[in-house]
Design a protein around this ligand. Structure first.
Ligand code: ATP
Ligand code: FE2
Length: 332
């Protein structure tokens, strides 16, 4: 069985193709970016409309397949920006109708998690999902991926992007902050906000804005300090969840998980706890169609040709979804 997945929740339009055995046949994408300022949903939608057909052709060519060879279609149903989600939904429905293929809608966040399980071999991890819009500490328990801790305001990536905007840098800001941080080793004290396994970034951002305005601190030192503070909070929440759930694995996912310093901090924590640390390759950490195609394979039993059933789910949470495709039921 071969599955083609379409991702379009936010800045990226991605197309992935994978077999039921997990063989990767294609994973192509094009992302909306800005020179300065943040993501504009209508502009991102226009970007997706422009690149969608071309990317599907490129993916099929890369896999050396025609559409007739595809057995299953899947798309990101949510969470995400409604104008962007609609582009993926409409394209998936159009293809399913034209080629008479079964279609499945999947949750974007859970897809990040499951592609990590597939590619790293993690079995029972605590999952640190650190992306733009989402920051959650997740573990499987009783038929669902439960959220043990999460951000109480912005996702860590949106926090880094907003901080980058304050420094006059464009979207995505995370990689630019990472570059600046590498040029400093000087920690400037910032608020450290963790409550149980929940974190919050709003106060740190306000503090950073004040420090930028004061003109007393370099961009590099502030970037270094923002990363050290935010990532220490994420590592602390993850460690607490690992202790609570007695899990011996940590799996990273989401765009911010590309960050080498975050990976290093997680690796050190896991080593100290005698736990295993897993991070999938960068091209599946950021938004991609491959994870959507794989999630389609996992959920193929609920695939349908009744296209009227499909809609977008802009606010669907990780713990709204019943995990029907997993057989292991170890209590947390
Ligand atoms: P989700 O819908 O899952 O929340 P998303 O739409 O935010 O995902 P992702 O591709 O998972 O998209 O993550 C994008 C985020 O990752 C952006 O905020 C970006 O700044 C951040 N990011 C990417 N690379 C790095 C990096 N090396 N260091 C820090 N942040 C990074
Ligand atoms: Fe994502």
């Amino acid at each position: 069985m071969i599955s083609l997945g379409i991702e379009s929740t936010a800045h990226t339009f991605g197309v992935g193709i994978i077999t039921a055995k997990g063989k990767i046949l294609a994973n192509v994408r094009d992302s909306y970016a800005t020179v300065s300022g943040g993501i504009h949903p209508t502009e991102a939608k226009d970007h997706h409309l422009k690149v969608k057909d071309q990317l599907i052709d490129i993916a099929l060519k890369a896999a050396n397949l025609s559409f007739q060879d595809i057995d299953l279609l899947s798309f990101s149903q949510g969470p995400g920006l409604p104008p962007c989600l609609v582009v993926g939904l409409e394209k998936a429905k159009e293809l399913a109708k034209k080629y008479d293929k079964p279609l499945v809608g999947v949750n974007h966040c859970i897809s990040h998690l499951e592609i990590g399980n597939l590619l790293t071999g993690a079995r029972e991890p605590v999952f640190l999902y650190a992306s733009g819009a989402n920051t959650q500490v997740i573990a499987y328990d009783g038929g669902k991926y439960r959220v043990f801790g999460e951000t109480l305001d912005n996702g860590v990536g949106n926090f880094l992007d907003a901080f980058a905007r304050e420094l006059g840098l464009g979207f995505p800001g995370g990689p630019k902050i990472a570059q600046l941080a590498e040029q400093s080793g000087m920690y400037v004290e910032l608020p450290y906000v963790i409550k149980g396994m929940d974190v919050s970034f709003g106060g740190i951002l306000t503090n950073l804005k004040q420090k930028i305005q004061s003109g007393k601190f370099s961009k590099e030192d502030l970037s270094y300090s923002a990363q050290e503070t935010a990532f220490a909070m994420l590592v602390e929440a993850s460690e607490r969840a690992m202790a609570h759930c007695e899990k011996k694995e940590l799996l990273l996912g989401g765009g911010v998980a590309c960050n080498k310093r975050l990976q290093e901090m997680c690796r050190i924590m896991c080593k100290e706890r005698n736990a295993k640390f897993f991070a999938p390759p960068p091209d599946v950490l950021t938004d991609n169609g491959l994870m959507i195609a794989w999630q389609g394979i996992l959920q193929r039993k609920v695939a349908s040709k009744k296209l009227i059933r499909f809609d977008i789910r802009p606010r669907e949470r990780t713990d709204d979804v019943g995990v029907t495709w997993r057989s292991i039921k170890k209590p947390c």
